[in-house]
Design a binder for this molecule. Structure first.
Ligand SMILES: Cc1cc2nc3c(=O)[nH]c(=O)nc-3n(C[C@H](O)[C@H](O)[C@H](O)COP(=O)(O)OP(=O)(O)OC[C@H]3O[C@@H](n4cnc5c(N)ncnc54)[C@H](O)[C@@H]3O)c2cc1C
Length: 415
């Protein structure tokens, strides 16, 4: 059995792995848990491409040398900082190579229990092993936060599903499929369904589907008026990526509004030709009711002019995104969850990512209401990993002096 670590990281996506790579360069003892790159390997269309540009699709280690670009150069794969869509598969393989190189000690078990003790935390791994940690970083990403509108969530799974449920869509060949949503996930899904020979309707509340422009060579004027950033061109995006601490200092209401509204749904430029003119778009439409009979889904759509239209399909896929809700993290003990102060539905975090429970940290999408939209993308790990690892290193000594509970005490806390 390994000694109890100072820090436990729950989650092995871009955030957890980047933080671990940074902690490894310090004297902080840590353990990291989870299936590496799981969301990217299981909850995205396997033949899709990333939304983010090549230069903004990295994991981060202290030297900054093992970028996606470096990996692609080593592996002889095509790469461009901008304008060359990154295949999901390439990003997954890069993430796994990063893990093997910088986080070889990853423990691939899930954490199924987390409770607070007098001196820190007790964690339970999926096989029942219990251990203590003085500090815990929750880096569990988006997987638990899939959102389906209630009207669809109430349908049997054979008739309605979230886009994250589909790695491939071959089983829908020849069927009538409704995709709900206006963002990249919806359009990627529509494109893939068309490719396998499904008939596709895209239902969205928006008046138009917005596609990003294909990146063009940038002039000096472009750089001045709309500088490039890891979230795309524009001063607002640049502020989001370069000044997350300024964002943190803004009033709570402002932060919540920006995270909700900024970078709304938009599809990738390279998917446009495959869907426009091939899928039917039912815009300014909202699903008012959904039922199943005679083996088909019947949807009542409310249109912008107030009329209601009835359509039927074999299956409806909600590309309706993700909503943070700590109640959906089953490993958080109820007393611990109750102590976490919220900012809307996300934890309220200090400038060091610490929640209102001392020693409990959150990164990635759960930190977006504190640090801004950049935390919704892998690019946010570039700021998060060095900042949080430096804080954990500075405060390690204090944490090490805390005494540890016995295994019996751990049992008492969790059960
Ligand atoms: C369709 C789609 C396309 C996207 N495209 C992009 C893109 O192009 N660029 C971009 O930057 N972002 C993109 N995103 C957002 C992207 O998912 C996040 O930026 C990214 O996943 C954040 O990394 P993360 O480490 O926080 O979380 P994740 O990558 O979700 O990783 C979380 C990790 O936590 C682990 N975990 C969860 N629960 C536990 C537990 N109880 N115990 C142990 N481990 C656990 C999981 O196994 C997983 O490995 C996309 C999202 C979707 C849905």
């Amino acid at each position: 059995m390994l000694p109890d670590p100072d820090v436990a990281i729950i989650g092995a996506g871009p955030y957890g792995l980047s933080l671990a790579a940074h902690l490894d360069a310090t004297n902080v003892s840590f353990r990291i848990f989870g299936t590496p790159m799981q969301t990217w390997r299981t909850a995205m269309l396997q033949d899709s491409h990333l939304k983010s540009e090549g230069f903004a699709s990295c994991l981060y280690e202290p030297s900054g040398t093992f970028s996606l670009k470096a990996y692609c150069n080593e592996a002889g794969l095509p790469f461009g900082d901008t304008g060359v869509p990154v295949p999901l598969q390439t990003f997954v393989e890069y993430g796994l190579a990063f893990q093997k190189r910088y986080v070889p000690g990853l423990d691939q078990r899930d954490i199924v229990g987390l409770a607070q003790t007098q001196t820190g935390f007790t964690l339970r791994a999926e096989d029942g092993e219990l251990f203590n940690a003085s500090r815990v970083v929750v880096a569990v990403g988006i997987g638990r936060f899939q959102y389906l509108p209630p009207v669809l969530a109430a349908l049997p799974a054979a008739y309605a599903s979230h886009s994250a449920a589909h790695r491939t869509v071959d089983r829908f060949a020849g069927q009538d499929i409704v995709v709900v949503g206006a963002g990249a996930s919806a359009i990627d899904m529509a494109m893939e369904l068309l490719r396998v020979g499904a008939r596709v309707r895209v239902v969205a509340r928006r008046r138009a589907i917005q596609f990003h422009d294909k990146p063009a060579p940038r002039t000096v004027w472009d750089s001045l008026t709309a500088p490039m950033s890891g979230l795309g061109p524009g001063w607002k995006s640049r502020l989001c990526t370069d000044a997350p601490l300024v964002f943190h200092a803004m009033p709570e209401k402002f932060r919540i509004d920006v995270v909700r509204r900024y970078l709304g749904p938009a599809a990738c430029w390279f998917t446009r030709d495959a869907v426009e003119g091939h899928a039917a778009f039912m815009l300014e439409s909202q699903i008012a009711r959904a039922t199943v009979h005679d083996g088909r889904v019947h949807l009542g759509l409310t249109r912008a002019d107030g009329t209601v239209e009835e359509i039927t399909a074999d299956h409806v896929i909600g590309a309706t995104g993700y909503r943070v809700d700590l109640a959906r993290l089953p490993f958080l003990s109820a007393p611990l969850r109750a102590k976490i102060r919220l900012c809307d539905t996300s934890p309220a975090l200090s400038t060091k990512f610490e929640s209102s429970v001392p020693g409990l940290y959150f990164v990635g999408i759960t930190a977006a209401n504190s640090f801004g939209p950049v935390s919704r993308f892998a690019y946010g790990a570039r700021f998060t990993a060095p900042r949080l690892s430096a804080h954990l290193r500075r405060t390690a000594l204090a944490a090490q002096t805390a005494s540890h509970a016995t295994v019996e005490a751990k049992e008492a806390v969790l059960f």
